[in-house]
Design a protein around this ligand. Sequence first.
Ligand code: ADP
Ligand code: GLC
Length: 495
Amino acid sequence: MKILMISSEVLPFAKAGGLGDMVAALAAELARHGHEVRIVLPRYYSVDSGLLRRLDRPLGVPLGGEEEWCAVAMTTLPGTEVPVYFLDHQELFGRDGIYGTKTEPEFSDNLRRFTLLCRGALQLAKLLKWKPDVIHAHDWPAALAPVYLNTLERDGYFADTGSVLTIHNLAHQGIFPKEEIEHTLIGWEQFHGAGFEHHDSLNLLQAGIRNADMLTTVSPTYAREIQTPEFGHRLDGLLRHRSADLSGVLNGIDYGLWNPENDQHLPSNFSAGELDGKAGCKAALQEVMGLDVDPNVPVYGMVSRLVEQKGFGELCGPTHGSLYNICHDLGLQFVILGTGDAWCETELESLAARLPNLAVDLEFNEPLAHLIMAGSDFLLVPSVFEPCGLTQMYAMRYGTLPVVRATGGLVDTVDNYDEPTGEGTGFVFDLLTPSAIYNTVGWSLWAWYNRPEDIAAMQQRAMAKRFDWEVSAARYAEIYQGALARRSGAVLRTW
Ligand code: ADP
Ligand code: GLC
């Protein structure tokens, strides 16, 4: 099949979280299965245009009342033949930040920016005379694409093109003042009909959910959760309505990039059979983070966006059981790598200044992320909600046991430790409270000191576990077929 992916993040060009990893890995796997995949994303300022090949012709994109002109540059996804096209528009993308910056977390012209991405991707397909069977849109920045297919592009070039929308994070919906609909060129008469209207504002993700032929999200548990008021971010009703078209397909991870046996970012490599190198990574991690180099103290790591979603509200709060108590009371070392909300960064810095066994690095640092996965004994992921989560899967591959809250993809990937049998691949708790985090970290610590044989067996099990893309990519291919059937009218719309 011919698949056009539209995304605001694609590894290694632009990444704020797991979305970039997912899009690149899925595209590569689909290409291995023989599908023809092309990807479109913005040419952010951070993408070095010296490494890209510029297309001869510029691309005209209708935006508001104007025709905007973009240069188009391209390259291939590393290690594949998958073409990646970059829309290069100085005014909208020639700046730091994907969605915003530290001082301006959301750019005020984001609607225009991502309208240009979606409409531009469609225009580009026409320019290239490459008609996709399916457009696969990721999250709200790409959610206008399925809306265009059902409105302005209903009967033309894309009349036979199906659409799939993947929800990576329902909390981010792309909500804008309703007047901004004019940038999309989708008329006011479609404000309700196309599903934009949400509490008198314009909601891009909602419109995408209304219009895409098929919907997916990134784990089976999250697919169920988002149909409930607790996790539905006010779209649960609509998602229940489209339940029959919504699939939860678990993300895989790219074992080419995340493999302790040949990871170039590590001072020493290791495998399940030969774990010595992991001790070397632990010592190196303790050293670079300024902690005592001591193999006998367990290291807990986190690699995360520093936002409420990831449990930092609970960790940074004043309630007993928070990060302060964990580090102060328990015999462990703690390492956090992340960037995010200012309140969280400030709080973590102040905690680290008070606690000698807590080391915090507030930057985006890919090599250090690998070292934390390899050198830690445990990885904490206490999320409020977690559509899939990749770090717990990376950790397992590196023999680092995840300590996670039972939500979303964390449920689907981590098996709780069973004390009587020693089974499991990690430590799981249900209720998100500071004391539950504290107690579960304490439980894992107890096992580390008192049941070393169970910890060793869990490590082996975790390292042997595989979250391959092969199965999930095959599932996406089926979903693409379903979207095509919908578009052609062979299968009736149910909504
Ligand atoms: P989310 O997409 O919600 O942020 P995921 O677990 O799916 O959560 O993906 C997070 C990705 O971002 C992982 O690849 C993780 O290693 C990476 N990451 C997050 N913060 C940083 C950071 N500060 N430095 C390097 N990598 C990071
Ligand atoms: C989102 C989610 C995360 C998921 C990632 C990739 O950012 O928060 O759970 O792993 O997308 O699908």
